[in-house]
Design a binder for this molecule. Structure first.
Ligand code: XIL
Length: 470
């Protein structure tokens, strides 16, 4: 197809250029198809984690552990770090089950959230019978001893769990801890911060997802007050147990962003949804990923059969470990945010900046490639030309960049005015909207003394080059 030496030289130049462009194109297209295939990897694309509650008693079930290790990168012991588990008798501590889960998590590259240090529920009987100063001191001692055992090993602690009432007010829940004085929550956080200031200290609760709910406002006002007075609190966990009576509120994202605006991270900590409604699962995931400080999502169990609400089949895997429709809905949302379908644009020439805080040390590595600013970036929609010789008329003018493989009969278009339009191309050339065909030696009909780049298309692939053929 090339009729003289100049064409061959150009062919070689084009060829190497095409190689470069093909590499860039493949980089771009691999980014475009870099959708992650597990929940943890998909969440990590945007620097988030995806976790599950883990039960120590199930670590011998290989179907359970294989599935959990494959899909998740954060673990919360479902019961093993609760007060009755870690301090069954006063000042006698038991960390065997918690350590077992931590070892399993660590050996699988996962981080762990501690749950929970101060709570009205699942207290050992000795604590249930305490009141006043004795209970306050027991709470402080418990926080100190349990946190000391895990210092440096956890990603977060739920310092206080479920301290607000469900009675349609902004009030605290009545409990033996509340009866020790309204400052018990503040004391718990200050105690925790004194043991390990570097771990995320969280307040965790349910039915605080709806921004309009009084309970939500009660917790919000507490966090606002804590931040104003310097009480150490780093995050708020939204349990996100959605049932028939409390399903995904449309303002969940507003709740998350409003809390985040107070200067705390937010997380979805115990997600389960009646019958694993796909719309609600996608919606709660979207609410999180839309908020920069929403650092991750944890579902409250692996398979439906593992759930504390197993009768409602509320999780992402069925009892046999099969992915449910809700799994796909969650994965798709995570991928849509995390770089699964990046769209490079001409204006996006600066390196991406991370707007949220990295959380999962072992797995928060970026798996997509940052947008490259030094290489050609596709700015237009490829315009296919006809191959095989039937190239005219050229109906539109493409810009940059293109690849060109030089094979077969080709059509090409010149989108900017070239310096020298010479004589070697065949078929169709368009310059500033004017089509030229079978241009050959001399081409006196072409604009003379034109400088610039040639933009060449071939069969729907594109490349650019500065070509000067004389
Ligand atoms: C649940 C566990 O899943 C059950 O195994 C246990 O019997 C009761 O507690 N809010 C919380 C979690 O903070 O600790 C609870 O976990 C569910 C509600």
């Amino acid at each position: 197809m090339f009729r003289n030496t100049k064409k061959s030289v150009l062919f070689v130049r084009l060829g190497s250029m095409v190689l470069l462009i093909a590499m860039v194109a493949s980089l771009i297209s691999s980014k475009a198809s870099a959708a992650a295939t597990t929940l943890g990897a998909a969440a990590a694309l945007s620097g988030r984690y995806f976790g599950t509650a883990i039960s120590n008693g199930k670590l011998g079930d290989s179907a359970y552990t294989t599935l959990a290790a494959r899909e998740f990168n954060m673990v919360t012991p479902e019961n093993e770090l609760k007060i009755d588990a870690t301090e069954p008798q006063q000042n006698v501590f038991s960390f065997t089950a918690g350590d077992s889960i931590l070892n399993w998590a660590t050996s699988h590259g996962m981080k762990m959230r501690g749950h929970t240090l101060a709570w009205h529920s699942q207290q050992p009987s000795w604590m249930q019978s305490l009141t006043g100063t004795a209970l306050r001191n027991a709470m402080i001692n418990h926080i100190q001893k349990v946190m000391a055992h895990y210092v440096g090993k956890l990603a977060a602690w739920d310092v206080v769990n479920e301290a607000y009432a469900d009675d349609g007010t902004q009030n605290r829940r009545q409990s033996n801890l509340q009866a020790t004085g309204n400052d018990w929550i503040e004391v718990a956080f200050r105690t925790a911060d004194a043991v390990e200031p570097g771990v995320r200290l969280c307040y965790n609760d349910y039915n605080i997802e709806n921004w309009s709910a009084a309970k939500t406002q009660g917790v919000y006002n507490m966090v606002k007050d804590f931040k104003a007075r310097g009480v150490p609190i780093d995050c708020v966990g939204f349990q996100t147990h959605f049932t028939g009576g409390s399903s995904l509120p449309s303002n969940f994202q507003t709740t998350l962003s409003s809390f985040a605006a107070l200067g705390v991270d937010v997380a979805l900590t115990e997600v389960d949804v009646t019958q694993a409604n796909t719309t609600q699962y996608a919606g709660l995931t979207q609410a999180c990923v839309n908020v920069a400080r929403c650092i991750g999502i944890t579902v409250w169990g692996v398979r439906d059969s593992d759930s504390w609400r197993s009768g409602e089949a509320p999780l992402l895997f069925d009892g046999s470990g099969n992915k449910k429709a809700a799994y796909t809905s969650v994965l798709n949302v995570l991928n849509s945010v995390g770089g699964g379908t990046p769209q490079p644009t001409a204006t996006n020439t600066t390196a991406p900046t991370r707007t949220n805080t990295p959380i999962v040390g072992a797995t928060a590595t970026r798996t997509s490639t940052p947008v490259i600013d030094a290489t050609p970036v596709r700015t237009n929609t490829p315009v296919a030309t006809t191959s095989g010789g039937a190239c005219s008329p050229v109906t539109s003018t493409v810009t940059a960049p293109f690849t060109f493989d030089g094979a077969g009969t080709f059509c090409w278009q010149i989108a900017t005015v070239p310096s020298y339009v010479n004589n070697w191309n065949n078929n169709a050339v368009s310059i500033n909207g004017t089509n030229y065909t079978n241009i050959y030696v001399g081409s006196s009909s072409l604009p003379a003394k034109i400088n610039g780049f040639y933009y060449i298309s071939y069969n729907g692939s594109f490349a650019w080059s500065h070509i000067e053929v004389r």
